[in-house]
Ligand binder design. Structure first.
Ligand SMILES: Nc1ncnc2c1ncn2[C@@H]1O[C@H](COP(=O)(O)OP(=O)(O)OP(=O)(O)O)[C@@H](O)[C@H]1O
Ligand SMILES: [Mg+2]
Length: 467
């Protein structure tokens, strides 16, 4: 290897970064901040994707329109009006007028659309309060002082449809009434109304369309979630956009494959157990022919045990797949089981909080709970069952005051046929399948069974299922 090669790659034993620049903590933090700000739902996010650009676009357009177009049009219109006024002033000051200034007044009215009056000289009225947004005032004032250069007074608020201007001439005051529309671009509100109106219609259409696009995704999520919890969603079929249909089709295929696999497993195990049972029956017959000796007694015992194991294993492998989900009162189930368990001599206490009704496969859940309670009664004298149903989860804790299970063995005991401390319970007829079955049932409901320390000193077996 040349020196260049050696320096090019990362030193042995170190991981090369997957992308060029590793993400800095500050960038990570800002990403976290933005993702916290962003709405979580696809529907709201898509709406934002549509609404934000519309709002930005319209704001920019409105700003540019106001700033440029409206300003320019208003300036032009004011300039035209002021030019007319300048012409009138010139005529008044240059030529002799008839009494009452009738000709010039008529001309102004007919040709320039301005209503004028020549008033006796005197001080101009005091200035009116300014309008908050008085672009017209500014434009008109600027034009008047630039083009006419005499003292003037404007009233843009007083008469709604007209603008009143008074100009101090050498020997008189000139009062002009001009139409508002003549002096500034007054159709802005129409433009704004159209702009906002069309945006509202656009957003309304977007909401309708988006809702229809999101619904198939929600249905797919529901179906997948239902399947995970072991519930059937019988009328689910692919709908919506092509990509969503593809995902739905893939989900249906996956569900079919999983169901087929389970079916295959059951059929195979049924076959195996049938074959083994035939051989075991033959065994038993041959043992019967051998007569009663201590050796055959032990062998018979072994054969019986093997048969029991076989039965239990087949029952476990078969599961409760055929059972359908029903709303079940878990509190009732627990009370029944506790009552049954008390007959074996243990003290069993049941506490339930929350809504006791849950959609589960009743027999399966009963089997799962029986296994946990029987274990607790077998190893402890006092058993406390606390169940809570809140925030979409049912939690059942089965606590006992027995010897418990050391933490490092709490996973192994879930394996089929694993029994701890053979000496402790060798007289019992257990096969070591109880916990494996319980966990299997919990998992087909989308939950799990876990073991921990009980406050009573023994083992706590916790069943958690969504519902
Ligand atoms: N509450 C408990 N306290 C102490 N040990 C326990 C408790 N529950 C289970 N165990 C241990 O875990 C092992 C496995 O339990 P599991 O329920 O799977 O089988 P089992 O009870 O022995 O047999 P089965 O339930 O099939 O009749 C038991 O053999 C026992 O050693
Ligand atoms: Mg058991």
């Amino acid at each position: 290897m040349s020196t260049t090669d050696a320096s090019a790659g990362p030193p042995p034993g170190t991981l090369a970064p997957s992308s060029g620049v590793p993400a800095s903590p500050s960038r990570e933090r800002s990403r976290g901040f933005f993702s916290r700000l962003l709405p979580k739902g696809l529907y709201t996010r898509s709406l934002l994707i549509i609404i934000v650009p519309i709002v930005i676009l319209q704001s920019v357009i409105a700003f540019v329109f106001m700033e440029r177009h409206w300003d320019r049009v208003t300036t032009r219109l004011s300039s035209a009006t002021v030019r007319s006024i300048a012409a009138i002033i010139e005529v008044l000051e240059t030529y002799d007028q008839d009494p009452g200034y009738r000709t010039v007044t008529r001309l102004a009215d007919e040709q320039l659309n301005l209503s004028i009056a020549v008033l006796p000289p005197g001080p101009l009225p005091s200035p009116k309060p300014k309008q908050f947004f008085s672009l017209l005032d500014q434009a008109l004032s600027r034009e008047l002082s630039d083009r006419i250069g005499r003292p003037f007074w404007i009233d843009t608020i007083g008469r709604s449809k007209f603008v009143e201007i008074q100009i101090k001439l050498d020997e008189a005051n000139l009062r002009i009434l001009a139409r508002r529309s003549q002096t500034y671009a007054s159709n802005t509100h129409i433009f704004l109304a159209w702009m906002i109106g069309t945006s509202v219609v656009l957003i309304g259409v977007a909401i309708l369309f988006l809702r229809n696009q999101i619904r198939p995704i929600e249905r797919l999520a529901d179906a997948a979630e239902g399947f995970g919890k072991g519930r059937n969603v019988p009328d689910f079929e692919p709908r919506g956009a092509r990509e969503v249909r593809r995902a739905s089709q893939a989900f249906i295929e996956m569900r079919r494959r999983i169901e087929r696999q389970i079916e295959q497993r059951t059929t195979m195990l049924a076959g195996v157990s049938h074959d083994l049972r035939t051989i075991l029956t033959r065994f038993r017959l041959q043992l019967a022919l051998l007569g009663d000796t201590p050796a055959t007694g032990d062998l018979k015992q072994d054969v019986t045990e093997m048969e029991e194991m076989l039965e239990a294993y087949v029952a476990f492998a078969k599961g409760d797949g055929d059972e359908s989900t029903q709303d079940t009162d878990i509190q009732d189930v627990l009370k029944d089981l506790a009552h049954g368990a008390e007959l074996t001599g243990a003290t069993v206490d049941v506490r339930f909080t929350g809504d006791p009704v849950l959609p589960v496969r009743p027999n399966a859940i009963k089997r799962c709970l029986i296994n946990l309670i029987v274990n607790a009664c077998r190893y402890g004298d006092l058993v406390i069952i606390t169940a809570t149903h809140e925030k979409g989860w049912l939690t059942v804790n089965v606590d006992d005051d027995g010897p418990g299970i050391p933490p490092e063995k709490r996973e192994i005991v879930f394996r089929a046929f694993v029994r701890l401390d053979q000496a402790r319970n060798q007289d019992d007829a257990g096969t070591g399948l109880g916990l494996a079955i319980a966990r299997d049932i919990a998992r087909t409901h989308g939950g799990d069974v876990e073991l921990s320390d009980a406050p009573l000193g023994g083992l706590r077996a916790s069943l958690r299922i969504p519902g």
